[in-house]
Design a protein around this ligand. Structure first.
Ligand code: SF4
Ligand code: MSK
Length: 629
């Protein structure tokens, strides 16, 4: 046990050793910048600073309770919050749009091919795309076109809403939170928050719910489905995590960002015989890939690529002095990485026109010649191996085993291996539902989201996960939360020894860890669909289930969009960091109380992970009591 599970103190010790390397190299890190920022601006923190027109900026104080146009704290905080939802939904959904374009360019002889034909045909069936007598790629292209229409279709609501349990669909219709086209919802928020439009907080909150839904049941769900079709639906796979996955004598390439259309090609390129031989020619034993953030989750799930770490680990990777290249695409990339890389031999390579960073080496990734383009980028890393300064190298001796790749299909299959309870081809969630109803599992939580220096990094994730599993609550995780779990050894099957008796028994029977890695941030759509499948099986609306979402260390606008679609899906959501709305009592009341009357779920905010865990367990037990189970 001691070997597999790493304590937060052990993790922090490694961080301080690396921080020391930064000091020696004269490099600045996020800790220095946090320190330089001193206390956050109170107006920004509370969400009551408005700068959406040039009469402002206006800040709300007791002496100045209205902006120049008359906007109140409620209006300003609500507008700011709604715009965060719009930006988050845009980021996830634009990622999905790119994947749809990649599916549209897939071909038998091109770089991008269809890997999961069954899933493509299932989706074609769901969307009414005929397959009979058609070439596989004609079907793929038509499905991609239908997906692309979801972004801008003029009429109707999103297709994936039909997947939801009927009771939930009724709520969405009644409350007018069923999203129309994805881009339309984002544009509507931007319009409604323009000066002189919506001033009513509740109306903006409702728009946020609907726009969040355009992410969760739109962009993110499209992203996940089409990524599986292109690159394969994940199956359980063993990997390793933490900075110890870097190798002394290999070309180390760290992939960071989100879009698998780049990272999948880099994986293929790094296995290319010609490039491996080239790396050996340059004196290395081979090419070693490791991932950061959600790109790590994507390539781990499908190829077992090792995970270097999560959001606040990105600078640490460079500080090892052993990384030849950090290759990035979009989202969650510190602009500071360029200057940091300059203190070492590391090449910081940006590849997307959507995320150019001053000081980086920009090599635009060409999807039309994807494999060759990826090979060119990998070659840059190999050429840099000779420049590594051995005196600066420090690879921490810490490497945890982790299981990843738990798509819904994989979870159902894994449960069925033992229970053999289903007969139809696609399987059923009956075993999972049975475990919850019988009380062997008290409930389930999804733990997701980022790191945030406002709280002790990784501590909240790890503490909450440990508290959940010790109380027989199964955990599914995505994004940087999943990687915090991986770094601590909680994705190892051995971690079941930390679980309560019920969960431990389930883990032993079906041979799973107590924390299931379900993928990247867009893959929270997998969690939503799993919960939805259990609700359908039990024929009840989602808010009744003993299921909760937790984002202990969230920081991004994407996380705000996610929170909105998770509650609109009927799942209570606990946050470990306050949203910037506390300057408006109306907004606090709406998000933590009245929104429950609209969608049957609400936000709870608690920064202390022990207290948050207690509240989650209480909520789960209250739901069980209400169900009489
Ligand atoms: Fe000030 Fe109103 Fe302009 Fe905002 S919209 S900056 S509150 S005048
Ligand atoms: S990468 S959004 S820091 S989870 Fe998806 Fe991690 Fe949060 Fe980015």
């Amino acid at each position: 046990m001691e070997k597999t599970i790493l304590s937060i103190e052990q993790m922090e010790e490694i961080n301080s050793l690396l921080k020391q390397k930064a000091v020696e190299a004269g490099a600045e890190t996020w800790q220095d910048r946090k320190e330089a920022q001193k206390v956050s601006c109170k107006f920004g923190e509370e969400g009551v600073c408005c700068r959406i027109c040039s009469m402002g900026p206006c800040r709300i104080t007791p002496k100045a309770p209205r902006g120049i146009c008359g906007a109140t704290a409620d209006t300003i905080a609500a507008r700011n919050f709604a715009r965060m939802v719009a930006a988050g939904a845009a980021a996830h959904s634009d990622h999905a749009r790119d994947i749809a374009h990649v599916l549209h360019m897939s071909s038998e002889n091109g770089s991008y091919k269809v890997k999961d034909k069954d899933k493509l045909y299932r989706l074609a069936g769901e969307w009414g795309v005929s397959t009979e007598g058609k070439d596989l790629y004609d079907v793929a292209h038509e499905v991609a076109e239908v997906a692309l229409m979801e972004f801008g279709k003029p009429f109707g609501t999103l297709r994936f809403l039909d997947r939801a349990v009927e009771q939930r669909q009724e709520v969405w219709k009644k409350e007018n939170v069923a999203p129309r086209a994805i881009d339309r919802e984002i544009a509507t928020i931007m319009h409604s928050t323009h000066i002189g439009c919506t001033a009513e907080a509740e109306s903006l909150v409702r728009m946020g719910l609907r726009t969040g839904m355009s992410d969760g049941w739109g962009g993110s769900m499209i992203g996940t489905e089409l990524t599986d079709i292109l690159f394969g639906t994940p199956t359980p796979i063993q990997t390793e995590s933490n900075l110890g996955v870097l190798e002394e004598d290999m070309v180390n390439i760290v992939l960071h960002g989100h879009d698998p259309s780049l990272s999948e090609m880099i994986v293929l390129a790094s296995e290319d015989a010609e490039l491996v031989a080239y790396a050996k020619e340059k004196g290395a034993k081979g090419i070693n890939l490791a991932g950061l953030c959600c790109t790590a989750n994507e390539v781990t799930m499908r190829h077992g690529v090792k995970m270097a770490g999560n959001f606040l680990q990105q600078e640490n990777a460079v500080l090892t002095g052993a990384v030849e290249a950090v290759i990035v695409d979009v989202q969650c990339i510190f602009p500071a990485m360029a200057a940091l890389a300059d203190c070492f031999h590391t090449k910081f390579i940006t590849t997307s026109p959507k995320a150019k960073i001053p000081g980086a080496t920009h090599i635009e990734f060409d999807e039309h010649h994807a494999f060759d383009s990826a090979k060119g980028i990998v070659k840059e890393a190999i050429d840099n191996y000779a420049n590594r300064d051995r005196a600066k190298v420090y690879i921490p001796d810490s490497k945890q085993t982790a299981m990843a790749g738990y798509s819904i299909e994989a979870i159902i299959k894994q449960l069925d291996l033992v229970t053999n309870s289903h007969v139809d081809k696609t399987g059923t969630v009956k075993p999972l539902a049975d475990c919850i109803v019988s009380g062997v599992l008290r409930g389930a939580v999804g733990i997701v989201g980022c790191n945030n220096p406002k709280v002790r990094p990784d501590y909240s994730h790890i503490e909450i996960i440990k508290n959940m599993i010790a109380n027989d609550v199964i955990v599914v995780a995505t994004g940087c939360a999943a990687q915090a779990a991986a770094k601590a050894g909680l994705l190892d099957k051995e971690a079941r020894n930390l679980a309560g008796q019920g969960l431990r028994t389930v883990c032993e029977l079906v041979d799973i860890p107590p924390v299931l890695h379900m993928g990247s941030c867009v893959d929270i759509s997998r969690i939503i669909l799993l919960v939805n499948a259990v609700a359908k099986h039990l024929n009840m609306d989602i808010p009744k289930l003993p299921v909760v979402g937790i984002a202990p260390e969230w920081m991004s606008e994407k996380a705000v969009a996610i929170g909105n679609y998770v509650i609109t899906s009927g799942i209570d959501t606990f946050l470990g960091v306050y949203p910037q709305v506390t300057g408006s009592a109306e907004m606090v009341d709406l998000l933590t109380n009245r929104v429950e009357d609209i969608v049957g779920a609400k936000f709870t905010v608690e920064m202390d992970p022990a207290k948050l865990s207690e509240q989650v367990l209480e909520r789960i037990e209250a739901k069980r009591t209400a169900l009489g189970i």
